[in-house]
Ligand binder design. Sequence first.
Ligand code: ATP
Ligand code: MG
Length: 497
Amino acid sequence: MPYLEFHQITKRFPGVLALDGVSVAIERGSCHALIGENGAGKSTLGKILVGVYTADSGELRLNGCVIHPATPLVARGLGIAMVHQELAFCPNMTVAENLCLGDLPRNALGWVDRTKLRARAQEMLAAIHADIDPAVLIGSLSTGQEQLVQIAAAVGTGAQVIVMDEPTSSLSAGETRELFRLVRDLKKRGITMIYVSHRMEELFALCDGITVLRDGRHVSTGRVADTTPAKVVAQMIGRELLVQKPRHIDQAPGEVRLQVSNLSHPRKFSEINFQVCSGEIVGLAGLVGAGRSEVAQAILGLDPSATGQVLVRGKLLPPGSINAALAAGVGLVPEDRKRQGLVLGLNCRENTALAALPLLTRLGWVNRSEEQAMVSKFSTRLRVKAPTLETGVGALSGGNQQKIALAKWLARDCSVLMVDEPTRGIDVGAKAEIYQLLDELACEGRAILMISSELPELLGLCTRILVMREGKLVGEVPRADFSEARLMALMSGVAAE
Ligand SMILES: Nc1ncnc2c1ncn2[C@@H]1O[C@H](COP(=O)(O)OP(=O)(O)OP(=O)(O)O)[C@@H](O)[C@H]1O
Ligand SMILES: [Mg+2]
């Protein structure tokens, strides 16, 4: 008998049928993958199980009994928890306080018993072999550590089912390995997991069962061992995925568009020198924390402490002036798009058009039909799933918000475009579309700097790849010498060159 069952679950949001009679059965102690395009309904299914949303119809069964997790607290009581990607704790409280929030140990006088609090937190962390000091503030932890605390909280309160929604999307390689070890360990203890991810390799390495959703409908459920990544992709997007060889690499690079000389920062990076020519996609590789995003931000003039020169088309940009950089045609799609890239109160059309407004405006008037045409062109290409372009971006799925943020910058006619982790959280079909868009932009003569932690995407798309380690540029690899091993060696500084 399956341990956990979703039976004919339907959930409707204004204008969207997010889930349409979805049924899935999951074995006890297994890790079950949930995959599908952005907006397919994965997070919604998870949130119904943990009581964030209530299904319009259908049934949930745990161990054969129908359950009604009406709120997250009720779900917790039933032994069901979710590890969220967004901050789920109070950042200005300690790890111990957060872990024991629901049930603070008190002494005879009713005061919080600090010693007991600490001991209990220590126990919860030790249970999942997490090496974190319970006395530090949540706000000072890395994303990976915070996730471990969430898992400790789930396991410590007796969770038997844990939903993990894109848990690795902002983890370093080391943190990802730690998480995998933990997931395997939890499985051995009989804990059942639902694992949502767009990273196919992870699902195939970690999961036992797999369910594919498409447009809110159930497509298939089976054993991972019985399928292949190509089959899963075809089921997800309803067609075969065509991956084209980039075309820009066949053309000779043009004039130097971006020239960075001696760019330094007292703490973040030093003596950065490189250039990007028209028609090139230059990759910037490095481990998390190598200083890649910081360099891109400094180029855009966002960092007043940076020193050195940035020249665009041979003209020196005044230091620390974002307006001058934008006027010179520099664009940056930031890494943290929810915080830096989108105006959550505006709708899809307004967000997409925001960065391009100067192009659409004449004598102070926005040309609405041009705006409409441009916005719909990019949202179609990136396969944005939204009821209409007038929908507020806050109601979109995570990946679709990312797409809008990206579309916004692609729509702006940049001469130098920097993209920071452009495909994070984005489904495979749309990823291929983004690669093609970047290739087209390069073919049109734009200079592109692409920061990415996914080596296969850098290797597939770039003209050459620069590597940063601990704030320094440590190497440059031309396309003819591309190999994952070579890049890893430079990034980590471990193997001999
Ligand atoms: N609170 C909400 N209000 C309105 N619509 C919503 C809400 N939450 C989700 N939706 C819609 O329901 C659909 C499914 O969203 P869901 O977040 O489950 O997708 P997902 O599969 O997790 O996608 P992603 O891979 O992008 O995270 C989407 O069309 C989304 O816009
Ligand atoms: Mg989601």
